[in-house]
Write a protein that binds this ligand. Structure first.
Ligand SMILES: [Zn+2]
Length: 75
């Protein structure tokens, strides 16, 4: 069983790391965050808004992707 919460759009108050591209989400940037359960483990994903939209268009989390190893799209 897996579960994914609804994504929330936030403004970073400190630096985070994008789960999609592995680059920094800088303080003041907008990003999306959500939680998911995979094999009984909670994980929290955070992504640049452009990375989030690419992920939504190209492949859904159910199909899997390798975190931190994807290309950041042009802003
Ligand atoms: Zn990113």
């Amino acid at each position: 069983m897996s579960y994914v919460s609804d994504p929330i759009r936030c403004v970073a108050r400190k630096e985070h790391r994008c789960t999609w591209c592995g680059e920094a989400i800088l303080s003041g940037e907008q990003y999306f965050t959500w939680r998911s359960v995979d094999d009984g483990r909670w994980c929290q994903s955070k992504m640049h808004s452009e990375c989030y939209s690419v992920m939504g268009e190209e492949l859904y989390p159910d199909e899997g992707y390798i975190p931190y190893s994807n290309d950041r799209p042009e802003g």
